[in-house]
Design a protein around this ligand. Structure first.
Ligand code: APR
Length: 335
């Protein structure tokens, strides 16, 4: 890799993999000064979009060699965090293929663990949680997705999930769900674990889906041992919360913040056995799912698919940057 110096005012001499399409807002330290910078990809260059770019370049020219070196180091770090293709410049990783994603190499002895998150349903019109205009931009999860919220105001929580149920009831599986289902029909040794509570994997034809955070179209009693049951009613808000035969309230069959996700023993057994781990459309912020990749990385190849690098990027060997509905059909194409 050539030395990381400024080039023609604003371009850095870093060539990027063509699948990098993200912009990042960062703070760049130059000596004592901290400058906000927006980085983006322009053709195959890393570009500074910040209005302050001239100032940054001037400061860089005036800076001492040691603070320039620090700045270059932080740029390398930024490049590392920006995308996997950039990491290839450090000689460690090969860039994701440009336009056409090559099929994932899967041998007959491989065992796959697929972890999906809200991003896999985004192209079906179901909002994610943490993207701009995601659910947690419009609601506080403390108000609608915790046991305390349920005790404090069960009607609010019930109505929140009734709205989500209505949205999900109108959604249709997209090419990402379909590609996953087709792969599952081809491979027995595929464990599909989703954090999503919609039923789009099932509607796409996935035969086995583990919903670690529960299911929108199931309910259960808040206190007795009656098992969770199918519940497709739409409960137009403000509908009264139904009662169990035992007299207690029925609650959504959802794992709220502060509760333990479902079937963790089965999940960890599958993680221990897998040789390929692939996370799709999940920001890597919520535990324990955020740590699954690191757990699997001890023996498995690890991949990520999504339009932006996740928070836990560093545990993935390769990132396929793009929408799941565009990448997965190629990635899972029969060789
Ligand atoms: N294809 C793939 N990924 C996408 C797409 C797409 N078309 N659109 C958005 N994404 C990515 C975003 O870049 C983001 O990284 O999906 C991710 C969604 O992240 P979150 O909103 O944090 O959702 P998720 O990781 O599934 O959240 C985990 O948090 O609130 C809880 O219980 C909730 O299960 C949820 C958990």
């Amino acid at each position: 890799m050539s030395a990381c110096t400024w080039e023609s005012g604003s371009l850095l001499p870093l060539s990027l993999g063509p699948s990098v399409c993200t912009t990042r807002s960062v703070e760049l330290r130059l000596g004592a000064a901290c400058r906000p910078v927006v980085l983006a990809k322009d053709k195959n260059k890393l570009v500074i979009l910040s209005e302050a770019k001239d100032l940054i370049v001037q400061s860089f020219a005036k800076a001492s060699p040691s603070s320039r070196a620090k700045c270059v180091a932080s740029l390398r770090l930024l490049a590392y965090h920006l995308s996997t293709p950039l990491r290839s410049l450090c000689g460690k990783f090969s860039p994701s293929p440009p336009m056409n994603t090559q099929p994932l190499a899967i041998s007959p002895t491989d065992r796959l663990f697929l972890l999906t998150g809200a991003g896999v349903s985004a192209e079906s019109g179901i909002p994610t949680f943490r993207d701009s205009n995601g659910l947690w931009c419009n609601y506080r999860f403390e108000d609608v997705a915790t046991p305390t919220a349920w005790r404090r105001d069960p009607q609010l929580v019930w109505d929140f999930y009734s709205m989500r149920r209505r949205d999900a009831a109108h959604a249709k599986p997209n090419p990402a769900h379909q590609a996953i289902a087709a792969l599952q029909h081809r491979l027995d040794r595929l464990f599909l674990c989703t954090q999503n509570i919609d039923n789009l994997h099932e509607l796409a034809g996935s035969p086995r889906v583990l919903h670690m955070h529960g299911e929108l179209f199931k309910s259960r009693c808040e206190s007795c041992t009656r098992p969770p049951f199918d519940d497709a009613q739409l409960y137009q808000p403000p509908a009264a919360i139904p009662r169990c035969e035992c007299g207690s309230q029925i609650r959504p069959h959802i794992c709220w913040f502060g509760e333990v996700p479902y079937d963790l023993d089965e999940i960890y057994a599958a993680l221990d056995a897998c040789t390929i781990f692939l996370a799709i459309g999940t920001s890597g912020t919520v535990e324990p799912a955020a740590s699954f990749a690191a757990h699997a990385a001890r023996r498995a190849r690890t991949y990520y698919v999504g339009p932006e690098p996740p928070v836990n990027l560093r545990v993935f060997q390769q990132c396929f940057l793009g929408k799941a509905g565009q990448i997965l059909p190629d990635l899972f194409a029969a060789p």
